[in-house]
Design a protein around this ligand. Structure first.
Ligand code: C5P
Length: 399
């Protein structure tokens, strides 16, 4: 339930504005008060009457309305809620926010607020994919604005691709994650993710197939339970989730330094696929073929083991979780790894190419702890993450 919570809902001008009506109903059904703001374009899509009837409150729409200013100024309005939700968030609204413009009530509220903001973008696929919108998205993310969607699929304009507003139930879930105090509220957790890149020379490097999907999903799941997450990521394909502190690194040595700098933490999950070796004789200039047919001789040196270093360090988190990505004898290797590295839990998975796990969207894992082993059914990486985050919260509660 969201009893006693207050959401300021800004409805932008998009065909999906009609879904904002269902969102109001869902929120009110959870006991949440909804103060609606309708942009001029939004009022072309849904009527102020239906919005205010469902919200049970008057609709705010004009910036300079003397009666409204006397009752509740726009500054106060922008801060009176626990959360501001923009649904649908149009390309225009995102551009205004990214630029810090304030030329109507909605953009002024968004600039004047110090309340968390959640955006549910909705626009044509080309508008969403346009470099300007993607630039604005990156700017807003770095301003700590959170996003839900957009979804991919058939659009009202007949085109196909990302741009559809998230369904009201998904927006509600994102709102709940931001408003409800989770079991990890106030706890700092570190997650490492993605591959590392180890230089051969300034243009070449050694890497691996990790997409960063599982690490990103774990960071998002821990965030959803209220944790304050430091996400230390190598150059991954999957972007980092919103609402976490991102530290981007390239090499294993940089990753270790970033993790050490982020300590102390209550828990740490090491999901990164760290390169075991780096090139000791990496060249500072591009290595050339010399015509002799001789390949350059690369000398390798072992990288620091981040998981083992942190597990045995002075500022060890209460719970340290490692991953064991193996291609054969998965469980035997994973059990030995837990002991060798000194971590509390190991999440073992089979990354043989035929499993499609590395770089794929599903995972099939066995959780190995000091007291037992559990094999979970193959499921989406998001579900593995949610289950693991719940187990972490449970373990820390009993700690
Ligand atoms: O030894 P292996 O690479 O299989 O161990 C995997 C686990 O150890 C993962 O949790 C990984 O993030 C972590 N690891 C690390 N630093 C390394 C190598 C692995 O933290 N240099």
């Amino acid at each position: 339930m969201l009893t006693g919570k207050r959401v300021l809902l800004i409805i932008g001008g998009g065909i999906s504005a009609y879904k904002a009506l269902s969102l109001i109903r869902l929120l009110r059904g959870q006991g949440c008060a909804v103060t609606p703001v309708l942009t001029q374009a939004g009022a072309q899509c849904v009527t102020p009457l239906s919005v205010s009837a469902l919200a049970g409150q008057k609709v705010h729409s004009a910036l300079f309305d003397l009666t409204e200013e006397a009752e509740m100024g726009h500054i106060e309005l922008s801060r009176s809620a626990d959360l501001i939700v923009v649904a649908p968030a149009t390309a225009d609204l995102m551009a205004k926010m990214a630029a810090g413009r304030a030329d109507d009530l909605a953009s002024t509220l968004l600039l004047a607020t110090d309340t968390p903001v959640l955006l549910a973008p909705a626009m044509n696929v080309r508008m969403w994919q346009h470099p300007a919108t993607q630039r604005n998205l990156a700017t807003l993310r770095s301003d700590s604005i959170r996003f839900v969607g957009p979804d991919a699929g058939e659009m009202a304009c007949g085109e196909h691709g990302p741009g559809r507003m998230a369904e009201p139930e998904a927006i509600l879930a994102a709102i709940r994650a931001m408003l409800v105090q989770g079991p990890l509220a106030g706890q700092h957790v570190i997650v490492t993710s993605g591959p590392t890149h180890e230089a051969i020379d300034p243009v070449r490097y050694i890497a691996n197939r990790s997409s960063g999907a599982q690490g990103a999903a774990i960071a998002a799941a821990l965030r959803d339970l209220g944790a304050s997450v430091t996400f230390v990521t190598g150059p991954a394909v999957v972007p980092p989730p919103d609402g976490v502190r991102v530290v981007a690194v390239q090499t294993a040595q940089e990753m270790l330094a970033a993790v050490e700098a982020a300590l102390p933490a209550r828990a740490a999950v090491f999901a990164a696929a760290v390169a075991d070796w780096r090139v000791e004789n990496a060249s500072t200039s591009k290595v050339k073929k010399d015509g002799s047919g001789q390949a350059p001789a690369l000398r390798f040196v072992e990288n620091p083991d981040i998981l083992a270093t942190i597990s045995r360090g002075d500022t060890r988190p209460a719970l340290v979780v490692g991953f064991a990505a193996e291609t054969d004898d998965v469980l035997a290797h994973a059990r030995a790894k837990r002991l060798r590295k000194g971590c509390d839990w190991i999440v073992a998975n089979d990354v043989s190419l035929h499993t499609g796990i590395m770089g794929g969207s599903e995972n099939s894992v066995t959780l190995i702890t000091a007291t037992g082993e559990e094999t979970w059914p193959r499921m989406a990486k998001n579900s593995v993450a949610a289950q693991l985050a719940a187990r972490i919260a449970q373990a820390l509660q009993h700690d």
